[in-house]
Design a protein around this ligand. Structure first.
Ligand code: VGL
Ligand code: ZN
Length: 244
């Protein structure tokens, strides 16, 4: 009776918590509790592409380290969504599109301040392909973003104009997904914007920190965690997820 009661208390919306000791042994249930993703949860793997690792056009420091962590996490999820940054040539987020501008400077576009990046993740190039060691055989959908020449899209849900939807929210909602676990590159840009938009759209959101790596431009990593936390994004580690 008391055991049942405690199990009930341990449940959180969308992600059931289980003690790895299973039945009985009540005393250890709290210490051993891990998150077990439910059927209504999805793993979102953001932009684990050649462009964002060493040898790519916009390498994120230690970016490739997320690959084995994400491959392992994937076994615990019934639903997996993969995203790809997928820019046109001459994209509005590229410094080369603005004579006299240098990479990592900013410019004002109709929708706000845009960081100017090296040319990266151009549609159909090897640079834009998913990392070769990413093994997600059960992934169900790949969402490409940033394909409108005049508008960037860090978020997998909504372009930087804050108007144009990618369709991912509709996809997830029609499939009954309530909780998303966000991983990938980069923590302070595409991961953070995806996580915050997911909150705005009503999902319960976890970012799995050790399954992300950051660009960290002028303090952007700390700022991103602060902004995510203010929006109710939960910060966890891959070890907090019960493996499949
Ligand atoms: C990203 C900068 C530009 C990302 C994409 O995936 O975080 N960052 N484009
Ligand atoms: Zn980009």
């Amino acid at each position: 009776m008391q055991f049942t009661h405690r199990r009930t208390l341990l449940k959180t919306a969308g992600a059931g918590l289980v003690g790895s000791l299973g039945l009985g042994l009540i005393g250890n249930v709290f210490a051993a509790a891990k998150i077990k993703p439910a059927g209504s949860s999805a793993l979102i793997v953001v932009d684990v592409q050649n462009c964002f690792v060493d040898g790519g056009t916009l390498p994120v420091s230690k970016g490739a380290e997320v690959v084995p962590i994400i491959n392992k996490l994937a076994g615990a999820f019934e639903n997996i969504v993969v995203t790809q940054d997928w820019h046109t040539q001459g994209h509005a987020s590229f410094a080369t599109s603005y004579p006299g501008k240098k990479v990592f400077e900013t410019t004002k576009l109709s929708y706000g301040t845009q960081v100017l990046w090296p040319d990266h993740c151009v549609q159909g190039t090897d640079d834009a392909a998913l990392h070769k060691d990413l093994k997600l055989p059960t992934a169900q959908v790949i969402v490409r973003k940033g394909y409108h020449k005049a508008v960037d899209s860090y978020s997998a849900f909504e372009e930087a104009d804050h108007k144009t939807a990618t369709g991912l929210a509709g996809y997830l909602k029609q499939r009954g997904i309530k909780t998303v676990f966000v991983t990938g590159l980069a923590t302070d840009f595409c991961v953070a914007w995806t996580a915050m938009d997911a909150r705005k759209l009503g999902f319960e959101v976890y970012v799995i920190e050790d399954a992300t790596r950051a660009i960290d431009l002028n303090g952007s990593l700390a700022a991103a965690w602060k902004a995510m936390s203010a929006k109710g994004v939960k910060r966890i580690q891959s070890g907090d997820i019960a493996s499949a």
